[in-house]
Design a protein around this ligand. Structure first.
Ligand SMILES: C[S@@+](CC[C@H](N)C(=O)[O-])C[C@H]1O[C@@H](n2cnc3c(N)ncnc32)[C@H](O)[C@@H]1O
Length: 277
């Protein structure tokens, strides 16, 4: 059995990585922390990842309790709160959390409680109570022991609660692209290559990835209700960094229907909706 390159990584390393560059922090060129900045971060995120609102179904959780694990800058957190949910949001990164809190303040939202927390030991930080929705988008695969987070999540759900999670999809265009563009260094495993290039900033300390099959074993104790694969990033990166959306040549001429067909098979986001078994 292959050794796990991530479960000996110290959590401090994970925290430092996300503090140095909170996820999506460069989604806007405006001064960080302003209303305009947050509006632009949101617009870019949902423009590039339009499947997120469809998956999260923000409006559905009006008047309900939502626990978000790994809120980052709080784009989805704000969307849940605006839709009228009572939100509890946690993140390991103090820098990300500070911006998410600022964002709630800027938009005058008082229905969010923030906690700086390691989700592997969630109950040490967040009182154990039932939530209608536990939501985690692109987070649990970045912690050294994701199975511990899953165990914790059980405690915040009952049989009527819903769990929505996005983890990275191993059998994806993005992994194929990493192999083609960079290839594996001598002695490097595929997991290590994926971690090296999974994020905007190279060298993420921990990035696990799953298939539609392996995610079933990962979500022990859950019944999977829905699995959707989505998201291929089609833009040329130098232009994207300048806030221009020019597709790379091989996607520019691809019919939209064919591109969507590819996204739903080889997308980077494995979005799963589950309930307690
Ligand atoms: C790729 S970002 C996703 C953020 C947000 N969900 C989004 O979609 O923009 C991953 C986030 O996971 C957080 N994270 C990683 N390990 C964590 C842990 N053990 N406990 C809580 N948060 C963690 C990081 O701090 C980071 O903000």
């Amino acid at each position: 059995m292959a050794t796990n390159p991530f479960n000996t990584i110290e959590l401090e390393k994970v925290q430092s990585y996300w503090n140095a560059r909170p996820c999506n922090i460069r989604h806007s060129p405006s001064p960080v922390g302003t209303r305009q900045y947050f509006d632009e971060v949101e617009a870019r995120k949902y423009f590039v990842e339009p499947h997120i609102p469809l998956f999260a179904e923000f409006e559905k959780w009006r008047g309900k309790k939502v626990l978000e694990i790994g809120c980052g800058l709080g784009t989805d957190t704000i969307s849940f709160a605006r839709a009228g949910a009572q939100v509890t949001a946690v993140d390991l990164s103090t820098e990300s959390l500070a911006l998410a809190k600022k964002r709630a303040e800027v938009f005058g939202l008082d229905n969010i409680t923030f906690h700086q927390a390691n989700a592997e030991q969630l109950s040490d930080y967040v009182p154990v109570e039932r939530y209608d929705l536990v939501y985690s988008f692109g987070v649990i695969h970045h912690t050294p022991h994701p199975e511990r987070v899953i165990e914790q999540i059980h405690r915040y759900m009952d049989r009527d609660s819903t769990f929505k999670i996005m983890v990275y999809h191993r059998n994806s265009w993005k992994v194929f692209w990493m192999l083609l563009k960079y290839g594996r260094k001598k002695g490097e495993t595929l997991d290590e290559l994926i971690a090296r290039y999974s994020e905007a900033e190279t060298g993420c300390p921990v990035t696990y990835s799953y298939t539609a099959e392996t995610v079933k074993a990962f979500l022990k104790g859950f019944d999977i209700i829905d699995t959707r694969i989505d998201h291929i990033f089609p833009y040329s990166i130098p232009e994207y960094k300048n806030y221009e959306y020019k597709k790379v040549w091989y996607f520019r001429y691809l019919p939209h229907a064919l591109f969507r067909w590819m996204e739903q098979r080889w997308g980077w986001h494995l979005c799963v909706t589950a309930r307690l078994a």
